[in-house]
Design a binder for this molecule. Sequence first.
Ligand code: THU
Length: 158
Amino acid sequence: MDIRQLVIPLTIASYDELDAIERQLVDEARKMTYNSYAPYSKFSVGAAILLSNGEIVTGANQENAAYPSGTCAERSAAYYAHARYPEAKFRVIAIAARDTSGIYTPQPISPCGACRQALLEYETLSGGDVKVILVGSEKIYLLPSIKSLLPLAFSEFD
Ligand code: THU
């Protein structure tokens, strides 16, 4: 037997410690929570993706009466980003949320498993790491890549 530890690098930061573009992404993700359509969960999520062409593409969760037909903020942003700018690489994604009482979550929220898998596809296509900014009002988590959020990810080629 060979027991290993898989370690995830995580930086905990405050808004003021971010650089200008990171702060802009946080602001855009927070703003996008107001474009969420979440009548069922009342949990509003916003995402903002910085692309290699300098564009910032945003998304918000979109729910549906048939619950599984809804989609998360991260995938709504990622799918639109790649549909709109198929040549551009993903560089950074920021994710923010407001809880059922309408306030920004004190703790960062983290993408669901399906979003991690979807985002990993675009990180691979981008040929480099996509930085992740998980936004809480009390603290912000910075991760160096999507793959750091999805250890032992499926790949046909390994
Ligand atoms: N949701 C997101 O948009 N992103 C996440 O990272 C987690 C969950 C959405 C899905 C659903 O509309 C609501 O939040 C409650 O789960």
